[in-house]
Design a protein around this ligand. Structure first.
Ligand code: MLT
Length: 263
């Protein structure tokens, strides 16, 4: 797994295959391995780039709020280092929050935009307070309290009952994340702006994917996002919650394949 040095900061970045570039951006509090099924499926036809974001996996950890803008700028700098000019950007949840900032500041690099199980709105005041509290707990108690808070909400009922290996893979990713990285991302997500008013300005072909039973970014909310983006398809993934790419990889890969063949 190559590492990329940006100034003093080292990033762990999977870079596999040849062809049009596909950037896979993981959610919170995970790492690039949540995309294993997509990496395996698309590396035969695409150059798949799947980084561990700042604060996650084996990448640099920085303290204090890590904003979605900072993550988007990190990604643009990683693409520069890899000599990749244009990408289809596919982000899940926090990866989607980062996608909005990538659209804002690096839209000239986008060939397509895939938004998986994410939201366009900002947090409510109650949501922000909850994130700050969880950030403090992560720093004092470690990642286990975050696994407890998040795991049940991340998957749909089918996965919860029948797919213990998916649950274990998610738990492992959370427990492998540093408390500082978790806290930085929680504080950064709490600061993210409301993007709903800007969706109509997205000028790149887009795809919205949502797990049928997603509790964090519900299907109705994602359908509204898809309606607000001018050139956007919408695909609901059956038997899946928030972690659709892991819970029903064949359906997600089929949706992605159909979209990418047209961009
Ligand atoms: C994620 O999957 O990235 C998180 O659920 C995002 C969030 O906490 O809002």
């Amino acid at each position: 797994m190559p590492s990329i040095q940006l100034g003093d900061d080292r990033f762990n970045v999977l870079d596999r295959g040849d062809g049009p570039a596909l950037l896979l951006v993981h959610g919170f509090p995970l790492n690039h391995t949540m995309w294993n099924a997509q990496i395996a499926a698309f590396a035969a036809t695409h150059r798949v780039i799947a980084p561990d974001l700042r604060g996650f996996g084996k990448s640099v950890v920085t303290t204090g709020a890590c904003t979605m803008r900072r993550h988007a700028d990190d990604l643009a700098a990683i693409l520069d280092e890899l000599d990749v000019e244009n990408v289809a950007f596919c982000g899940l949840s926090m990866g989607g929050y980062i996608a909005w900032q990538f659209v804002r500041n690096h839209s000239d690099r986008l060939t397509g935009l895939v938004l998986c199980d994410t939201r366009a709105g900002a947090d409510t005041e109650v949501g922000r307070a909850g994130r700050r509290k969880l950030a403090e707990r992560a720093l004092t108690e470690g990642p286990n309290c975050v696994a407890e808070a998040f795991l049940k909400k991340l998957v749909g009922p089918q996965t919860a009952t029948n797919e213990p290996s998916v649950i274990e893979a998610i738990r492992r990713m959370i427990l492998d994340t540093s408390p500082e990285g978790i806290a930085a991302a929680l504080l950064g997500m709490a600061e993210r702006p409301d993007m709903t008013g800007s969706l109509g300005e997205i000028a790149v072909p887009s795809l919205v994917i949502v797990g049928q039973h997603d509790e964090i970014s519900p299907a109705e909310e994602m359908r509204d996002i898809a309606k607000a983006i001018p050139a956007c398809r919408f695909v609901e993934i059956p038997d899946s919650g928030h972690m659709a790419p892991m819970e029903n990889a064949p359906a997600v890969n089929a949706a992605l394949r159909g979209f990418l063949s047209g961009v």
